[in-house]
Design a binder for this molecule. Structure first.
Ligand code: 4AD
Ligand code: MG
Length: 467
């Protein structure tokens, strides 16, 4: 059988082939002398219209057995061009009893209907939600996004690597780790060693970059955070990259901007295949998504320092106070600050660089020549409207003594679990940096969907169920 996608590509060149397709019935409409099936197979946005002329009561009865959700095989179908319709072709069969066979049936309580369902309903249907037009579009979009990012790395001499998910270290030092336990009774930890699911693969990527120069990965990361918001998951996919021999944050932000614009361009070129047909409440429409992509491509993204950002935020706070947090130098930017900066102030993505040292993780390279109490690190966050942070990155502290001092200041490595990482600084150390991008946040922002829970096939969060 052919996929519906391949059929739609083929049909523009030749028509009169006898076709064979398989898929799931999205809807059936039975009229007096004719019936229509909308058939979907998830390979493309459109459902395929199959026209069935009905000539006798036996055929009527047969078509009555067809139900939304059933899987069917359709043979001996003729392609018919319909240039006047939204979909430029449909299939026509002449003998329903011979041409349509049911592969798998559905029970009477099959919950999906022809109408568009709300996302909150679909989230309760883990086995079926991806058959909805919107969520299947989102999955295809995410897949395209991944490939476009991989292509960019490939073109820039990066090697894709596969760092471990099990680790003994807390890369971000935020204490948001899930601990791994054996389910057997006599051994309640991972072979007796404290072991966790990774929060970020960065530390291992740094090892790889010391050999391969440039590497990247797309890996699940896990964070035991309580915040159950529309931008937090406890299991999410992070695209992480380490680049050797870079000297400044500016080199990193330029790379990230180029990488993301390359992906957005690639989505734009495939817009007919990637954009959803119908979009639920709370999500951007097709036209709004396109506008978002265009505006992202046409603007140069701003870069400001954290200190400048605090200045701008303070000014705004004096006029219209932020509802929950007053911006203060030395404290992390809150989501409301991030969204306002990118959304209202810049109306564009913005790189914020050089945060105070104590707002950030231990591995970031310190900016020199700063007074005690005002120390910052060579880092950046990329903030986008409506979502806030989607990328975080930095230059890494590559000096053995400086890193060792910082780890001691933070009372880290007391049991030597990070000695291997420190040691890397005495094995031909080099200036290097990297970043991590939350794939669901990016996919969600570009697709205009409101909640990142829909940008991952099965979301894991504090309140969600685990099937
Ligand atoms: O800013 P984060 O914590 O940075 C790191 O983990 C670095 N070690 C990455 C690196 O430099 N290699 O996380 C990076 C990105 C965030 O900007 C955000 O997009 C995403 O990961 N992220 C989450 N996405 C969904 N749910 C969560 N709970 C997330 N936490 C972080
Ligand atoms: Mg961050």
């Amino acid at each position: 059988p052919k996929t519906i996608k391949s059929l739609s590509k083929e049909v523009s060149s030749s028509t009169n082939h006898v076709q064979h397709v398989k898929g799931w019935i999205k809807s059936v409409r039975l009229l007096k002398n004719i019936a229509f099936i909308d058939l979907q197979d998830g390979t493309c946005t459109d459902a395929l219209k199959v026209c069935i002329p009905i000539e006798n009561s036996k055929e009527t009865e047969y078509v009555r057995r067809l139900k939304t959700g059933q899987s069917v095989s359709i043979t001996n179908a003729q392609c018919k061009m319909t240039p006047e319709r939204e979909q430029s072709f449909e299939l026509k069969i002449s003998e329903p009893l011979k041409s349509i066979s049911i592969i798998g049936n559905v029970t009477l309580d099959y919950p999906l209907q022809k109408k568009a369902h709300s996302l909150s309903f679909l989230r309760t249907q883990p086995t079926l939600k991806h058959r909805s037009s919107y969520l299947s579009s989102l999955m295809r979009f995410r897949s395209h996004l991944e490939l476009s990012l991989f292509n960019f790395f490939q073109e820039h001499d990066f090697t894709k690597v596969s760092p471990p998910v099990l680790t003994s270290s807390d890369c971000e030092g935020a204490g948001e780790l899930f601990k791994v336990q054996s389910s057997s009774r006599d051994n309640d930890s991972y072979f007796g060693k404290p072991t966790y699911l990774t929060v970020s693969t960065q530390l291992h990527l740094e090892i790889m970059a010391m050999a391969l120069s440039r590497c990247y990965t797309l890996t699940p990361c896990f964070r035991a955070e309580r915040s159950d918001t529309n931008r937090h998951l406890s299991e999410f996919w992070m695209l992480e990259s380490e680049i050797s021999f870079v000297d400044s944050v500016l080199e990193l932000t330029r790379f990230v901007e180029e990488m993301l614009k390359n992906s957005i361009k690639s989505c734009y070129e495939q817009k007919n295949e990637l954009l959803p047909i119908i979009t639920p409440d709370n999500s951007l429409t097709r036209e709004e998504i396109l506008k978002r992509w265009e505006s992202l491509l046409h603007k140069a993204w701003a870069t400001i320092s954290y200190t400048e950002a605090i200045g701008i935020l303070k000014k705004q706070h004096a006029m219209v106070p932020f509802p929950n947090y007053e911006p203060k130098w030395g404290e992390s930017l809150q989501t409301e600050h991030e969204k306002w900066l990118a959304g209202e102030h810049f109306e564009s993505p913005v790189f914020v660089t050089d945060y105070p040292r104590d707002c950030k993780a231990f591995y970031m390279k310190a900016n020199s020549e700063e007074l005690p109490g005002n120390e910052t690190v060579a880092c950046f966050d990329l903030l986008v409207p409506e979502m806030g942070e989607i990328v975080g990155g930095s230059m890494r502290e590559d000096n053995y003594d400086s890193l060792s001092r910082e780890m001691a200041r933070r009372k880290m490595n007391s049991s030597g679990e990070l000695t291997w990482y420190l040691k890397l600084r005495s094995e031909g150390t080099i200036p290097h940096g990297g970043f991590g991008l939350g794939l669901e946040r990016l996919a969600s922002y570009l697709f205009g969907s409101h909640n990142i829970k829909d940008a991952i096939p099965f979301h894991r969060s504090a309140s969600g169920s685990i099937e």
